[in-house]
Design a protein around this ligand. Structure first.
Ligand SMILES: [Zn+2]
Ligand SMILES: [Zn+2]
Length: 354
């Protein structure tokens, strides 16, 4: 039996096929028992959404409402979940519960992992229905735009936890997109001795510099810069959040002997890597897939603690009816680091109407 609602329809940005998003009135999502109805406030747009939009995501099937970086207010509560009116962020993972990783408790690497907003309707709509256990309350004292970074921040928290960082390490981050910047912020917060960012876009380098990070200068060779910054050794920990073949080619040169490479970004195709170099240097290479529940909860605590300076990240918010424009903006990878889609109003965000 599902819960009856008074309002039966809502507005949604529906992905209907390659490079097409239609702003439509659709039925309100069904709310099965044990689920809650959440009123969407802000939805972050990320690279995974780009691949869905272009029709190149391996699982997404049109029509679907995207949006897996979800912040909202509980509208109809589930008996076992946060009360109506609670601001929540969402751990959007759906695991099978039966495969080997799931049985080991490693549900984030479930062999048939799915996500709300990719495989099932997400939050690029006025409302989204979600199981109670996916909802994580976040203090409403936190600026909404910072709360809305919880999901990508959880990826960064997971990446840093996978890196084995203990404090004092010389860290290099390839790529100053949202995940690269968030990873750099978490690494610094967790005590990295230094963080150097390599990023080809001048706009994005500026974002990194304004957040207090060293960057590889325009036109400089990243490896020369890394070696210079590390006394010729290479970095203790290298985060690859660029996932570009040109980065894969230089990873073994960027990391020191016995150092660690963390693959944060997702390579779309196999790339050439000098495995002999990694062998001779006894490097550790670790993958990163999304995050654990503990990472998401840690991300929420970091946001609530206010120590990362997330409010200084340049962001832009688009109304739901301009979702396609939001994607276009996000894909330009310019001076705006992160793009969100409303329905949150400017007043709710504590900003002047532009
Ligand atoms: Zn995402
Ligand atoms: Zn599983």
């Amino acid at each position: 039996m599902s819960i009856e609602t008074e309002v039966k329809t809502m507005s949604a940005a529906v992905w209907t096929g390659p490079d097409t998003i239609k702003y439509r009135t659709v039925p309100l999502p069904e709310v099965p028992e044990g689920w809650a109805l959440v009123r969407s406030e802000l939805t972050g747009i990320c690279g995974t959404d780009f691949s869905i939009l272009h029709g190149s995501h391996p699982r997404a099937e049109a029509p679907v409402v995207m949006g897996h970086e979800i912040t909202g207010i509980v509208d109809i509560a589930a008996p076992e979940g946060p009360a109506a009116g609670t601001r929540v962020i969402v751990e959007p993972l759906i695991h099978c519960g039966n495969c080997h990783p799931c049985r080991q408790g490693d549900t984030h690497v479930c062999r048939s992992l799915k996500l709300y907003g990719i495989d099932i309707a997400g939050s690029l709509a006025e409302y989204v229905a979600l199981p109670a256990e996916t909802l994580i309350p976040i203090s409403s004292a936190v600026p909404l735009l910072e709360a809305a970074l919880a999901e990508p921040l959880a990826v960064a928290v997971h990446a840093v936890s996978r890196s084995g960082l203990r404090g004092g390490e010389r860290v290099v981050v390839f790529g100053a997109g949202p995940i690269g910047i968030l990873t750099a912020l978490v690494a610094r917060h967790e005590g990295a001795g230094s963080v150097l960012i390599s990023e080809p876009s001048e706009d994005r380098r500026k974002v990194a510099e304004e957040l207090g990070f060293e960057t590889v200068a325009s036109g400089a060779d990243p490896i020369e810069a890394i070696l210079e910054a590390t006394g010729g050794d290479g970095a203790d920990i290298v985060f690859d959040s660029a996932a570009h073949p040109s980065v894969a080619a230089v990873l073994p040169k960027a990391v020191r002997v016995l150092g660690t490479i963390v693959l944060v970004g997702v390579y779309k195709k196999p790339v050439e890597v000098d495995l002999q170099a990694l062998t001779f240097s006894e490097n550790t290479v670790v993958g990163v897939r999304v995050y654990t529940r503990a990472d998401v909860e840690r991300a929420v605590r970091l946001i609530e603690g206010g120590d990362l300076g997330l409010g200084r990240i340049p962001v832009e918010v688009f109304p739901l009816e301009e979702t396609l424009a939001a994607f276009t903006k996000a894909m330009t990878a310019g001076a705006v680091l992160k793009v969100f889609v409303g329905p949150a109003t400017a007043a709710e965000l504590g900003k002047e109407e532009a």
